[in-house]
Design a protein around this ligand. Sequence first.
Ligand code: I3P
Length: 443
Amino acid sequence: MEKQGSTPLKEELQKLSVVPCEAEKDMQTLLSKPKVLKHAENIEHAGEHSPVDLLPEEEGQKKSIRQSDRSISSTSTCSSVAYSSPESDQVFSEEEDIQTKRKTLRKTKSWKTFFTMVHWSLRRQNSWVQLAGHEGNFKASERGHILKKFSPVENACLVALMEDVLRPYVPTYYGLVEREEQTYIKMEDLLMGLEAPSIMDCKIGVRTYLEEELAKALLKPTPRKDMYNKMVALEPEAPTPEEHKQQAVTKPRYMQWRESVSSTALLGFRIEGVTVEAGPVKKNFKKMKSRDKIMETFVIFTKGRKDILAAYLDRLENMQAALQNSQFFHTHEVIGSSLLFVHDRRGFSNVWMIDFGKTTPAPSHINLRHDVPWQPGTHEDGYLLGLKNLIASIQDTMRIVEETAEEATGCPIQEAEKDTVSEKTLLKREIEGNTTNGENKEL
Ligand code: I3P
């Protein structure tokens, strides 16, 4: 990326990153390279303020903040949790079912469920999984594991993935268990061992609905008032006159609109939710479309730590290579799946592939590429397009972080210091009581 002049992102970084050339020694002890998280440890709430309020606010959106937590290692050995919607493959069945399912789904959406659980657990200074049962989709299990409501689609994926080269990038699957007449998938708890983790969920791919869902909607359109309401809340002018009249839209119409107003259609990924250091969860990214805004979010999510950004980049590049060799990936359209980014202040970090509730085998005559735009009938998901753009956005974020730190310090940054300079400046600001905590800034 070329050196840029003053941009909103750089300006914000400059505000955060003013540090003299000779940074205090004690700071250096706090600044470490990314670490590999090997063993599950208790999660404790740091009780510190989070900079999540600094996350770029999207136009026309109200804040809706909740909480989260859960993490991983930067090794390629398995483990994690999935936050998919197991029911999502069924959403276009009979209308009466849809009403019921809609209610259930709304209550059991992965992110909502996940963050609610985590919020409780952190408040109680306890293992979050012990509280999982309070929400529909997840249930507590023994330490290091979680239970997720059974979905045949997701279950089949996880079984297959345990035998695939992608195994190191997905939650470890421990089979099925029964609890109170309900079947659950047992998976590894991805947040075990992280202290006040920062978490970001990015939905990957250019398409978020199944071709099958589209076909069903064309055959038998099912108007969704809830989706109309969500659409109007964000963009009152978005519905057509007919949709306004009906006060309803079909699901594919809503999903396509969501893709177009967010970065999904353009970049093949979108940020769904973020929490910084176990702070409040921010989910109002629905209209976040520009790469600049996304990069601002990356900066705030990582607090400008180049070591964390570098670790994420490394993991994503390895994942990209593994995907090329994956039999599973060659034969499945991956829809509605996310990448879960997790790290903590100590520098433990990882990225996981999660949510396989809508990942299905493509018809056998289809040779999926994953790096081309979708056309009806191709079953392409644009997963690799999204991953490539995500990687490029993180690379550019790193460069800007580095450039800004150099400009702010007025002296060239030694290689060894580059990774940590932004964190130093943040810490310095905290020490000086000059943090931006609590502010709700537009970047
Ligand atoms: C939801 C989001 C989910 C989708 C859900 C949408 O919209 O697109 O991915 O669930 O459909 O309502 P939003 O993020 O704007 O709230 P699936 O991926 O499982 O289809 P649903 O309401 O039919 O569950």
